[in-house]
Design a protein around this ligand. Structure first.
Ligand SMILES: NC(=O)c1ccc[n+]([C@@H]2O[C@H](COP(=O)([O-])OP(=O)(O)OC[C@H]3O[C@@H](n4cnc5c(N)ncnc54)[C@H](O)[C@@H]3O)[C@@H](O)[C@H]2O)c1
Length: 284
């Protein structure tokens, strides 16, 4: 709810697994939380038929200003952020659900410029990244030396492009990519969002020094597994501070989003509605 008691107007871009869940939450719980759903846009409008009230269906994304949103939530594809993110910021704060788009430096720059110019915030959903605040704090204190995010699931859960699409899973567990997150995002745009969120949480390392590892594992038919490993510089005894989290998230076979991540997105939406509209990129 806005501080003046006026409901915040929220638009949703994308009506897949995440979009449907957020729209359902907004329709059922939004009014009591001071949130009003003002539009839903999907590339294929037919998908909204029967579940999104016709008056809320937006046929043309370029017409979103007519709905006067305070916040636009992107849960579609990084391409939407790359093509339309800066334009959306002209009219509203933006909650980015596909932060792999920001691995493209020109896109990140365009969003930052639009954010400053129109005085709107770019919020980034932490999604499946566990420990986001801790990573950010450690980074800000100069205590982060390395950060590595490994995402493993069944090969059916991947939507890979370019050279990665041609990599064959040869065994039970195959490492498809290991290297800077920036190099992975263009080829796994829908499976690198957690790593992209880590790169944004740790700006001292960023997309070029946070390491992403993508693993195809035939045994992981029903879950997504994310390991976050980080270390600080060696202390006086020569030992380093180190953290390793291991997150197992149940997921429908073949889905790009696990069930706990759907809940995390709703919390991110609620969370960013409580934050001030400050220019810049903010994880939530
Ligand atoms: N930050 C994270 O940790 C995290 C976690 C899960 C998913 N995501 C991302 O959130 C987004 C939505 O996830 P989902 O599980 O709802 O996916 P989904 O496949 O269920 O739905 C995606 C929706 O976007 C539409 N779409 C697909 N490609 C598009 C394009 N190029 N342009 C416009 N629309 C397009 C589809 O028609 C569909 O309605 C994806 O980009 C996904 O990678 C991020």
């Amino acid at each position: 709810m806005a501080s003046d008691g006026v409901p915040r107007k929220v638009g949703v871009v994308g009506y897949g697994r995440l979009g449907q869940s957020l729209v359902s939450h907004l329709l059922t719980q939004g009014p009591e939380l001071g949130l009003e759903l003002v539009f839903v846009w999907n590339r294929d409008p037919g998908r909204m038929a029967g579940s999104v009230p016709p008056s809320l269906q937006l046929q043309n994304l370029a017409a979103l200003r007519e709905r006067h949103p305070d916040l636009v939530v992107e849960v579609a594809h990084p391409q939407i952020i790359q093509k339309s993110g800066a334009q959306i910021l002209r009219y509203a704060n933006l909650l980015v659900g596909s932060p792999s788009a920001l691995a493209d430096q020109a896109t990140e720059q365009r969003l930052l410029e639009a954010s400053r110019r129109w005085d709107h915030a770019v919020f980034v959903a932490r999604g499946a990244l566990w420990g986001t605040e801790d990573i950010t704090r450690l980074d800000a204190a100069g205590g982060l030396q390395s950060l590595r995010v490994t995402m493993a699931t069944h090969p059916d859960g991947f939507r890979l492009e370019g050279p990665l699409a041609a990599v064959l899973s040869t065994g039970h567990r195959t490492v498809l990519y290991e290297g800077p997150v920036r190099g992975l995002c263009p080829f796994a745009p829908r499976n690198s969002n957690t790593m992209a969120a880590a790169a944004l949480a740790a700006p001292s390392l960023g997309f070029d020094r946070v390491v992403g590892v993508l693993v195809a594992d035939l045994s992981l038919t029903d879950r997504h597994v994310v390991d976050v490993e980080l270390s600080g510089p060696p202390g006086p005894t020569g030992r380093s501070f180190a953290v390793h989290t291991h997150r197992e998230n149940p997921a429908e076979p073949g889905a790009v989003t696990g069930s706990a991540t759907v809940t995390a997105f709703w919390r991110s939406l609620l969370g960013c509605c409580q934050l001030p509209s400050r220019p810049g990129i903010h994880l939530c």
